[in-house]
Design a protein around this ligand. Sequence first.
Ligand SMILES: Cc1cc2nc3c(=O)[nH]c(=O)nc-3n(C[C@H](O)[C@H](O)[C@H](O)COP(=O)(O)O)c2cc1C
Length: 328
Amino acid sequence: MTLRIAHYALSGRALLAPMAGVTDRPFRQLCRRFGATLAGAEMLSADQRLWTSGKSRRRMDHEGEPEPRVVQLVGSEPAPLAAAARRNGALGAHRIDINMGCPAKKVCNRYCGSALLADEALVQRILDAVVRAVSVPVTLKIRTGTDPTRRNAARIAQVAQSCGVAALAIHGRTRADLFRGAAEHDTIRAARAHVHMPLFANGDIDGALRARAVLDFTGADGVMIGRAAQGAPWIFRDVNRYIATGQFAAPLLRAAKTEIILQHLESLYEFYGEHTGVRMARKHLGWYCRQHPDAIELRSSLMSIEDSASQFAAVKCGFERWARQEAA
Ligand SMILES: Cc1cc2nc3c(=O)[nH]c(=O)nc-3n(C[C@H](O)[C@H](O)[C@H](O)COP(=O)(O)O)c2cc1C
């Protein structure tokens, strides 16, 4: 059966998790090419005064992205969040996602992100206000609770459903866990029992088998993948194929991966310009290098390069050599 979020039919069951500093437009487009559905943008503050910064403007840049374009908002109060949602709807967002999952101190000190999970009444007021403010679907991303003694994701899920939220993603850690320990999926399974809205399980899903196991255990409709997509945007192809057919996709050849990496670099240079493009590329190259047998040497040689032409040439040389070793 085709999975839908409101009227949007999802082509697969694997979503790209929003990751600030990672899921920029070039990375979203790359992951979508490999079948990531509804690839989420980086969180954007509901405080519109901050939207003039270069960082926010880039986060709001969805040019050329296929529908549906997803904007994720982080904030602490109903009215500014509703206003920010309305504005993004007017700017062309096809779905508004509310971030109640971020544990970062900078965010939580202002009582946003996962800190909001401590106040279910406020969660309700926020979701009510945002859903009423826009005509596009509103979705929610949460953690399992504020700390291991207060895992209230199932109640938040019910609140969300009663407010008309169109889908929910749950990261299997509490706010207090940060990224420590393994994600647990019992709370996601418990939430599933309380809501019928589309539900996405998130946390430590690193491949097709794990995705299948988490879907089977939780009863979720799909999985949301974050860190495992870093340096491996093709993971969505593998996971979607396995979930849909029970068959593994043929592994991508190194030559194909090299081509993808080079195209990714070009899109980063174009999106960010020379200076920032080279620095953003370093971050992704660090992840791409993990699969290279000479990862340490290659990585350190790439990190010191200051201009895009030399960086591109060094990556091409290093990864093409790696691809030739496979072909030999
Ligand atoms: C670098 C980084 C940035 C993130 N930024 C966001 C964000 O902007 N919004 C959000 O809802 N979650 C954010 N997250 C959390 C992820 O969406 C996801 O919930 C988490 O990484 C667990 O999934 P994973 O184990 O598949 O990585 C971020 C995570 C990382 C590692």
